[in-house]
Design a protein around this ligand. Structure first.
Ligand SMILES: *[C@@H]1O[C@H](CO)[C@@H](O)[C@H](O)[C@H]1NC(C)=O
Ligand SMILES: *[C@@H]1O[C@H](CO)[C@@H](O)[C@H](O)[C@H]1NC(C)=O
Ligand SMILES: *[C@@H]1O[C@H](CO)[C@@H](O)[C@H](O)[C@H]1NC(C)=O
Ligand SMILES: *[C@@H]1O[C@H](CO)[C@@H](O)[C@H](O)[C@H]1NC(C)=O
Length: 388
């Protein structure tokens, strides 16, 4: 501007300006100062407002970035060990069983972990629908975060409705129709195991039903299971009609009559056994074809298979108390009127069992079957009788 002005006006323009400054210097200076002052004021205010906004914007943005970057960072950077070890935040996935089992059986070949691994107990609930005794379980789990994880398999039509504060919130896994006593039952158990195995810190896997309750507190359950040299899976040779009587010769040569075992469906296995159950393709087709009702496959498949493969890892007994004394094909179910301190004194501490080669009184950590009506009396007894 000045350049072009000078070019147009030449010496004259310069003259005029200098003569002007020379003629009324006071008025011109004060005007200029006021002018600059106003410009600075406007500029200053502008910068002020702008910077305030910038701080707000970038501050927030940085916070958002910082939060999402750890997530993003993990979702597309599994090369980072910490991220790779983190369990999936959402249990829902769209892998089918073939894909899931394949994914679940990834296992490290080095048995020394390059980080501090806290082994977790995975509690796997095989249910039809709701968990009526969940308030008791909530009490049992309280305060033990980081030492357990929960997985629930229910009939696919059931929509779970737990509040956000519940330990069962968001713990449902993709489920399929399951019929008691059929292979679809073992499929559901393998599906629970496979989903739980996706979390690499799960080391022990406990199968439970909606009618089960814990009869010891978490501290005792955790110690009992994690210090055991054996997995608690029932396995015995029953020579009667409900044992060997269910064997079918078609299973040879994979399974012979002498190898045939029976055991309770409710088990606890460690990761090594869980891996064997999920990866099995050798025994599975035989059991699917030759063990149909009245051969109840969930009582024979895992006990037989694991006794053939890894007998030295089995305790051959279950941790879940079940009362078959009333006779018939179903165990006794306890309701409101059965629950008392004497009742639990009776079912625990009567028989002895072997634990790590020693005879002990503590044999069972869970018990079944309990009706929904048993919940209130159980809640009032739990701290005195179960220690939680
Ligand atoms: C799962 O999907 C794969 C690929 O589509 C397929 O080969 C496999 O048979 C499916 N498995 C089941 C159990 O549906
Ligand atoms: C889910 O639970 C809430 C409160 O516990 C209840 O208000 C709501 O009706 C329930 N929804 C269904 C579908 O059961
Ligand atoms: C469980 O039974 C198998 C054979 O059936 C045996 O080899 C193993 O030693 C038993 N486990 C214990 C802890 O006794
Ligand atoms: C668990 O139960 C045992 C025995 O009943 C008791 O000594 C212990 O204090 C309980 N632990 C907790 C954390 O409540």
């Amino acid at each position: 501007m000045q350049g072009s002005l000078r070019l147009v006006n030449g010496e004259n323009g310069k003259e005029t300006v200098s003569s002007n400054t020379r003629t009324v210097p006071g008025k011109s200076w004060s005007f200029r100062i006021l002018y600059f002052f106003l410009i600075f004021l406007v500029l200053g205010l502008g910068v002020c407002i702008l910077s305030m906004n910038m701080i707000r914007y970038f501050g927030l943005r940085n916070m958002v970035l910082r939060e999402s970057s750890s997530l993003e960072h993990c979702s597309d950077n599994i090369n980072n060990l910490e991220c790779w070890l983190r369990p999936p935040s959402n249990l829902m996935h769209n892998m089918n069983d073939t894909e899931l089992f394949w994914r679940a059986t990834f296992a490290p070949r080095m048995n020394e972990y390059p980080y501090k691994r806290i082994p977790k107990l995975a509690f796997m609930f095989l249910t039809r629908g709701p968990l009526p005794l969940s308030p008791l379980w909530e009490r049992f789990f309280r305060g033990n975060e980081g030492l357990y994880s929960i997985y629930v398999h229910s009939l696919p039509a059931y929509r779970a409705n737990y509040s956000r504060s519940s330990v069962f919130y968001g713990r449902q896994i993709p489920s399929q129709v399951t019929e008691w006593g059929k292979m679809s039952m073992c499929d559901a158990e393998r599906r629970l195991l496979a989903n739980a195995m996706l979390d690499l810190s799960n080391e022990y896997f406990v199968l439970l039903s909606e009618a089960c309750i814990p009869v010891r507190n978490f501290t005792i359950v955790y110690r009992y299971i994690s210090k055991s040299r054996y997995s608690f899976l029932g396995s015995y040779d029953d020579r009667g009609p409900y044992g060997r009587g269910r064997y079918n010769k078609g299973m040879e040569p994979e399974v012979t009559l002498e190898q045939w075992r029976k055991g309770s469906q409710w088990f606890e296995v460690n990761r090594e056994l869980a891996l064997r159950i999920v990866e099995d393709k050798f025994y599975y087709p035989k059991f699917k074809e030759f063990c149909k009702p009245a051969c109840y496959v969930d009582e024979h498949y895992f006990p037989t298979m694991l006794t053939i493969e890894v007998p030295r890892l089995l305790a051959n007994r279950s941790l879940t108390y079940t009362d078959w004394s009333r006779g018939g094909p179903h165990p006794a179910t306890y309701g409101k009127n059965d629950i008392s301190k004497e009742f639990f004194d009776k079912i625990s501490g009567r028989k002895m069992c072997v634990y790590n080669h020693r005879l002990v009184f503590l044999c069972q950590l869970f018990a079944r079957k309990f009706a929904p009506s048993a919940l209130q009396p159980l809640l009032s007894l739990s701290s005195e009788v179960f220690g939680y």
